[in-house]
Design a protein around this ligand. Structure first.
Ligand SMILES: [Zn+2]
Length: 294
């Protein structure tokens, strides 16, 4: 695909029901479509203009309802496609379950750490190369995290400035014993989507941060009757779902403000140098596409 001049460097990967923002016009974007990559086709990308900022937008789970559940998202194609568009910074959002009773539904978390419990996903671009021994001292980009917190603060939206996200394989939800284990390990939230997405972004030297919002309490955190036919079979109440919907609607504003802030922030992170050690060594040059060739 021909690259236009002055394309944005910033992209948004939207989580559950993100497509609603496009279909409702809350996020207005020109549809670029699916992008072919060596790992398959990406989810459709959109080019969005919002006030003084422009960014690429991609809905992780598809364009209608829940087209693809978390274990089957083609994370490599999505991240490759964004890199191919010239993206350097990614903010994602993700719905998550709370592992602590004190975390209210609808609450935002600017995550700062992660434990990966996925089992069957393609976790790296470097399956056929001896690359990818990448340090994770700050798994989420500190520059993007600071900018995200700045945007939330300016908009007066309460949030937790830290949070450890546990990523499970899914699509089933967690058992009560798993939830107790995740909480004992120091997890704050549990979800199914950020791994390997965040690590793949780092492999291609892109900054990546995530806003998570609490959609429900994880199993066993609060006593909830089983209600067939309801969302999460009754794990969250209707009142809690309304709170979640209110938080969800704030995301386009947060992103627009973040998009305005980012160009004025000098990155203080090392995300965009993650592969420097390998560059100059045999077979690994500056062109990121060469890193991936089998
Ligand atoms: Zn960074």
């Amino acid at each position: 695909m021909a690259r236009r001049r002055h394309e944005p460097f910033f992209a948004v990967i939207g989580g559950s029901t993100a497509y609603e923002f496009i279909s409702s016009g809350a996020i207005k974007g020109e549809r670029i479509g699916r992008i072919d990559t060596p790992f398959g086709a990406s989810q459709p990308a959109f080019r969005v203009e919002a006030g003084d900022c422009s960014y690429f937008f991609m809905s992780r789970h598809g364009e209608a309802d829940f087209d693809i559940s978390a274990p089957f998202v083609n994370y490599r194609a999505n991240i490759y496609a964004l890199k191919d568009l010239g993206v350097r910074q990614i903010i994602s959002w993700s719905a998550a379950g709370a592992l602590k009773e004190t975390s209210e539904t609808g609450r935002f978390f600017v995550l700062d750490d992660c434990i990966d419990f996925t089992k069957n996903r393609e976790t790296t671009f470097f399956r056929f190369k001896g690359l990818g021994f990448i340090r994770q001292n700050e798994p989420f980009c500190p520059t993007m995290r600071a900018a995200t917190m700045g945007a939330l603060q300016e908009l007066g939206i309460p949030f937790n400035d830290r949070g450890t996200y546990i990523c499970t394989e899914g699509p089933r939800m967690e058992t009560p014993a798993e939830v107790r284990m995740f909480a004992a390990l120091g997890g704050d939230l549990v979800g199914m989507t950020l791994c390997p997405e965040m690590f793949l972004a780092r492999e291609l030297e892109m900054c990546y941060a995530s806003i998570a919002y609490v959609t429900n309490c994880a199993e066993g955190i609060r006593q909830r009757d089983y209600r067939p036919g309801r969302l999460y079979e009754g794990l969250s109440t209707r009142r809690e779902q309304k709170t979640v919907a209110r938080s969800f609607k704030l995301l386009p504003q947060v992103i627009a403000r973040l998009g305005e802030l980012l160009p004025n922030i000098t990155p203080s992170c090392h995300c965009q140098q993650a592969m420097r050690y390998y560059q100059g060594r045999s077979g690994v040059g500056r062109d990121w596409r060469e890193w991936l060739n089998p």
